[in-house]
Design a protein around this ligand. Sequence first.
Ligand code: 7RM
Length: 640
Amino acid sequence: MSNYHIKHLEEYFQIHRKSVRDPEGFWEEVAEEHFIWRKRWDKVLSWDFEKPEVKWFEGAKLNITENCIDRHLRIRGEKTAILFEPNDPKEEAEHISYQQLYERVNQFANVLKDQGIKKGDRVCIYLPMIPELAISTLACARIGAIHSVVFAGFSATALSTRINDSDCKMVIASDGSYRGSKTIDLKGIVDEALEECPGVETVLVAKRIHSDIEMKEDRDKWLQPLLDKADTECEPEIMDAEDPLFILYTSGSTGMPKGMVHTTAGYMVYTAYTFKNVFQYRENDVYWCTADIGWITGHSYIVYGPLANGATTVMFEGVPNYPDWGRFWEIVDKHKVTQFYTAPTAIRALAKENLECVEKHDLSSLKVLGSVGEPINEEAWHWYNDNIGKKKCPIVDTWWQTETGGIMISPIPYLTPTKPTYATFPLPGIQLSLMDEKGEEITENQVDGRLCIKFPWPSMARTIWGNHKRYKETYFSTYKNQYFTGDGALRDEVGYYRITGRVDDVIIVSGHNLGTAPIEDAINEHQAVAESAIVGFPHDIKGNALYGYVILKESGESRNHDNLRKEINQIITEHIGPIAKLDKIQFTSGLPKTRSGKIMRRILRKIACNETDNLGDTSTLLNPEVVQEIMDNVLKNLKI
Ligand code: 7RM
């Protein structure tokens, strides 16, 4: 029995039991089977959730790109590694073979070195979904530089905050990007961000839209001429198992985004293993994940996991509705995609459109459908199952986080019977627990609780960049000796898990995690605003949308409310990005607070969700008259 590729449900149970009984033996076997190690590990695992400190495969030496690229050259040199589908369907798709990927990554790595980037340096990558994005992350990994990819939909302020937090020396960007029928001036955003980033020495600029941009002397360099001159061989830097591979920022419920640090060996082993099993990937499959590489889903399941398995991974630059709502299905048909992985928010948007958009295309190549990012509601699940999978493709509802590095809970296609809205069982090696309000583990089924993980797994984030204390407080202090996910979950009678959503102040809008605090901070910068509070409310397509309660300063009270609403959304766009704009804004004279001064978001949430019949326990509420005012305003059907 090989651990690496699970083929029967009974085998899943056996393997899971084995992975709990002997986690080290289990992961050691996986690690031995499939990778190139320059030196074997001395110890599989050491851990302490109190400190917290976790190390996997200590003493091992490797380079992840050697495993994702070089290892495949002999047998898969001509095979397509990355299949790039451009925004414009009239532009030809690009098939980048493993051999070509090898050369392009090495050239890029040599350019980084020539520009003074060394092992351990941080490089910020701010690129649209073009091949250079995948290639530059791999080039960093090739030379041991730590990449920090920032999603190219983030604003200049969000970008500069992230660049400064991890002290990036270099930014890799493009002149601009295509997004459906629009173009976006990315370089302009970078220029604005860099006014606040004295540590950045070099900006490498890829040409994508051929716009006329300003190049700052000494700082900005066109990428292509440098690549053209660079050698196609670059010896991989030999890394320690626990050397950082990348930093990726995720929103917290308060304060600064958290720079989650992922390390090399454990991340590689876990993403490779889970990719293989969750998607039942076979040689010659064409796998497509629609996420952006700016998110963890793209890191783990567009780049590292698929390439570690020698897979063909599709990279799509565009959007689901350009030139029309049939684009996804056109691409599936055109490239004969076998595994398709997307987010519920996309499924809901697609389901709203005419079915003709789907039926025009031949989807018979599909074998497995995936969902990730937020709970998938029953209606969306059935639409996906009926119309895309034609009831023949298992849906893998995969639960995981930026912090977990890889998929934690998911059915294994063709083995685990699926159940709509349930992510089902933990993957091998994953030991979950549900905790009650008192901090005790719940052992029975058919209950809900807070989802925790009680044993380390190889791809867990090791720290928050520059702030280990916050790492400890956020994940390891709520429950003793448990990693706390921040999510609530329900366990059914057979042990299937259903994720019920965040239990903190993170709201998932169209699959993007948004902390309420940074949005409130942005709004509060408006000169007419005194205070604000953001909550989520259910939205047909986005899953959740944002509802803002805003208290105006006296000076703002006489101003036109519609104009204020526009200005507030403008400020949010500048500080965070358009994804964080508010759908509704209600002006109010106060916010419901507890006696200790905390905003009672629970009440605001109920009002936003139109669930005012029962506001729950209001005994600690200091100012009930404010709640009455807010509800009266809603009732008066004020335009909000
Ligand atoms: C992969 C990713 C993490 C948060 C997580 C959950 C929510 C993700 C599911 C889900 C229900 C799912 N990383 N979440 N997947 N909720 N079912 N299958 O999304 O760091 O960006 O977000 O997303 O709340 O804690 S993330």
